[in-house]
Design a protein around this ligand. Structure first.
Ligand code: FES
Length: 173
């Protein structure tokens, strides 16, 4: 095999690796899904979240069946409501009445990001102390996390929170 064809095979292999979905990804959150804290609980409205309060960890819910998309722990979503005037433009554009949705899984080591530092307005991972700024796309402010928490766009339908799309990137480490 010449060098050019072995390079082609290498590139094809790399493309195939990227195309392989993670376990449970065929059940990943998607546009149109509602959100609920636990399976069987009411789907969430923006007015059920207080501005500046600690984030809620939720699941996406298939609106056709009412089933929570729990195929993978990496599908857990973090919801937080903040002042839209404090957000950067891109973050504000994907919020709904101040509510933002991010992956709840740390990009460093898959821990649940659930802690909130209200004075600094930062999300905190308790495992190795990464901080993320939800007002700026969950950018990493400090700690070992290598990238922001993936985001999901939101919209409202009669006050009910609805996903405008899936995760912006593969969630987790
Ligand atoms: S798992 Fe979150 S900082 Fe390490």
């Amino acid at each position: 095999m010449d060098r050019r064809s072995s390079r082609r095979r290498l590139l094809a292999g790399a493309a195939a690796w990227w195309a392989v979905p993670a376990a449970g990804d065929d059940d990943a959150p998607r546009a149109g899904d509602r959100l609920a804290a636990e399976p069987g609980t009411p789907t969430l409205r923006s007015d059920m979240l207080a501005t500046g309060a600690a984030p809620r960890l939720v699941w996406a819910v298939d609106p056709a069946t009412g089933r929570a998309r729990q195929g993978s722990p990496r599908h857990r979503i973090l919801l937080i409501r903040l002042d839209p005037a404090a957000m950067d433009a891109a973050t504000r554009a994907r919020s709904a009445d101040g509510v933002l949705a991010y992956s709840a899984v740390c990009t460093h080591g898959d821990c649940a990001v659930r802690d909130w530092r209200p004075r600094q307005q930062l999300l905190h991972c308790p495992c190795h102390f990464s901080h993320f700024d939800p007002l700026r796309g969950a950018a990493v402010v400090s700690g070992p996390a290598p990238r922001p928490l993936p985001h999901l766009g939101l919209r409202e339908e009669d006050g009910v929170l609805v996903l405008a799309g899936g995760f912006s990137e593969r969630p987790g480490a």
